[in-house]
Design a protein around this ligand. Structure first.
Ligand code: ADP
Length: 422
């Protein structure tokens, strides 16, 4: 029976949340998209990954409602709406409307918004979101191609997205502990505040917030807030401790690394892997457009999969821009995603059982090609990036899905070591 159900607005955000919750040793199941069948054996914690962050509001609402219905049918008692720790949304954004819809459906009078993720440098102070030492609107997020964040103030960002009153529970209150958080929320509720931005700059703040808010029917925020919840639910008997710890399946050591992210961190990770002398193939989108994927797939079929060869389209911003100018942004992206997804199925058919994927959109394309729509969440490689286990074409596979900026420079070899040491 499912106790806790989370709905995430993108795939790597969902794996991030699932990985942090699984730290407690609880069984966490990740579903990619809303499952077609009604739940039969829901895990104690279910996370549904949507792809709704930049969708029009109406379709984001419809998709989220379908996810909610599935979680309700699984018996869920506590709900979580997960968005990015940089509060990514457009002015007509989906964070507020989805939260209001969920509140109405679940019957919640008040909810909190806490995107802080101190381990990854995201903090909220006096309602303002910081990325490292920079306010959100001065961080690289101001230039994001789809959701440029040009205001750091969460109240100002949320207000136009909701119909009910927005308020702030600030750090001076949060730092005094869970009782003060509870009192602060009650005081705001008495003033008619339905949407409460909650400050957090350190993990201790998140623990206080989680302790005070764990029995709210709906919480919203980033993955770090959710991380604190399983221990609390186990402590008060809401989640069983005895039968929830899991052994993970062994997978043979053959595999591939597929990288379609062009983030600064992924560029470093690819460079570090190249420096180790691993077999690597660089996908050039212009050549791919001209000659098709056969050369890449031939190369892959000649590789020793024990070496975990890397196929990457990861490139610096100037060459990404050059490819986009010639091919179109969406076309270049889709073509690269497609070839990496094909590499995943070809590698699987050649015996690969471990696949490391870098890039959110790339991860979506790869999991779709592998037909992996349910993943069991396993050990964490880096904060918010776990190994996951699934079946693909009858084979037991291990997959890890890393969004652009996550993981350290040695992430690809860290991932391999993590499974080897299990
Ligand atoms: P991230 O998590 O870093 O945002 P994504 O996989 O979500 O990574 O997005 C990266 C996008 O860039 C994908 O659509 C991918 O296909 C595309 N892409 C990757 N390499 C290139 C390249 N060399 N030129 C143009 N587009 C690329």
């Amino acid at each position: 029976m499912t106790y806790f159900g989370a709905i995430a607005d993108d795939l790597t955000g969902a794996t991030d949340l699932a990985g942090l919750m699984a730290r407690a040793g609880v069984a966490v199941s990740l579903r990619i998209g809303v499952p077609e069948d009604l739940p039969e054996h829901g895990s104690a914690i279910e996370v549904i990954a949507l792809k709704s962050r930049t969708e029009p509001v109406q379709s984001a609402l419809a998709e989220t409602k379908a996810a909610l219905r599935w979680l309700q049918a699984a018996g869920t008692q506590r709900y979580f709406w997960k968005y990015c720790s940089t509060f990514d949304s457009t002015a007509e954004g989906n964070i507020g409307p989805v939260a209001e819809m969920l509140m109405a459906e679940i019957g919640a009078d008040q909810t909190i918004y806490c995107p802080a993720f101190p381990e990854n440098g995201r903090s909220v102070f006096m309602g303002n979101l910081f990325v490292g030492q920079q306010p959100l609107s001065e961080s690289p997020m101001q230039h994001h191609p789809l959701t440029p964040m040009t205001d750091s103030n969460l109240m100002r960002l949320l207000e136009p997205q909701v119909t009910r009153k927005v308020g702030l529970l600030d750090r001076l209150q949060v730092a005094q502990g869970p009782e003060v958080v509870t009192e602060g929320l009650a005081a705001l509720e008495a003033q008619g505040v339905a949407h409460v931005i909650v400050d957090a700059v350190a993990n201790n703040d998140l623990y206080s917030i989680a302790e005070a808010c764990r029995h709210m029917p709906l919480l919203t925020g980033g993955s770090a807030l959710a991380m604190a919840l399983p221990h609390l639910y186990m402590g008060d008997g809401s989640l069983e401790t005895s039968d929830t710890r899991r052994q993970f399946p062994a997978t043979c050591a053959r595999g591939v690394v597929l990288s379609g992210s062009c983030s600064a961190m992924t560029n470093r990770q690819v460079a570090e892997y190249l420096a180790q002398g691993r077999p690597c193939y660089k996908v050039d989108p212009l050549e791919l457009a001209q000659n098709g994927p056969s050369e890449i797939l031939d190369w892959l079929s000649r590789q020793d999969l024990d070496q975990m060869p890397l196929v990457y389209a990861t490139a610096r911003p100037d060459s990404v821009k050059a490819a986009q100018e010639l091919l179109g942004v969406a076309e270049a992206g889709a073509m690269v995603e497609q070839v990496l997804a094909t590499c995943a199925t070809v590698a699987r058919d050649l015996g690969a059982r471990r696949i490391v994927v870098a890039g959110g959109e790339t991860s979506g394309a790869v999991t779709k090609a592998l037909g992996a729509d349910q993943l069991d969440v396993g050990p964490e490689i880096a904060p918010g990036v776990p190994w996951c286990f699934c079946k693909s074409d009858g084979h037991q596979m291990a997959l890890t899905l890393k969004s652009g900026n996550f993981g350290a420079a040695g992430f690809f070899s860290d991932a391999i070591k993590k499974l080897d040491s299990q």
